[in-house]
Design a protein around this ligand. Sequence first.
Ligand SMILES: [Ca+2]
Ligand SMILES: [Ca+2]
Length: 249
Amino acid sequence: MTKNIPVVFLSSLVIVSVGEASIVISPKDSVMTSGFFQGVDQVRGYDGDSRLILRVSSPEPFGLGQPEGIYFDFTSFDPTSFRNPVSSAAFSVTSVSGGFNADADLENPFLVSAHGLSANPLLAIADDTNPDGMMSAVEFESTHILNVVSSASVDSFGLVTFDVTDLINDWIDQKNSNYFIALTGREDGSGSDFLHGFSNNSEVPGATFLRVVQIPEPSALFLLTIGSLALLWHRRRGMKLFHPDSVSL
Ligand SMILES: [Ca+2]
Ligand SMILES: [Ca+2]
């Protein structure tokens, strides 16, 4: 029986590592664009811009032709660190007041959606931060935001989570190597005017994060199975030891 103890201990270790195979990734930065931004400063909210709140608007807020939206920079994402697809990826942001009395609430929920991108907005959009950019913010918004990955109804302040599993697996498979997530209000059909806020992660650390859960490696599953069998065997032997019929020795 003493021989079995290390094997049982190993199986416990494997169970723990499989159960906790989630990784949390923070964006390098997040920025916003808006039809309200006139002049050369088209992209705002960079680390150091002292902008605590970024905003997502309804498609044509207050008759504005260009909506507001947020771009999250995950260019530190390393697809080679994932050998398998992830089983889930949840993108969380912190809903706060946008500061213009146009927030979503329980009576007026706002459908916000997450998207992948087909180009790097920090390099493509021309503004004072990036004078070499090739296009305007509104042009980028209309041509490089991909189809919706998932939507969430925002009706209060606090954490809001989007299921971005398919997008992250596209990053891992290299079907999409633009490691950005955009939040827009383009799926909202309520007709209300929203200028809803989300904490700027560079100014409010921890407000935005991506949690991915990896599918266990086949070798880990094999070890788990072997470990479970060893545990079962150990238990059966243990039961025998304590069985009244076995105490005749
Ligand atoms: Ca930022
Ligand atoms: Ca700028």
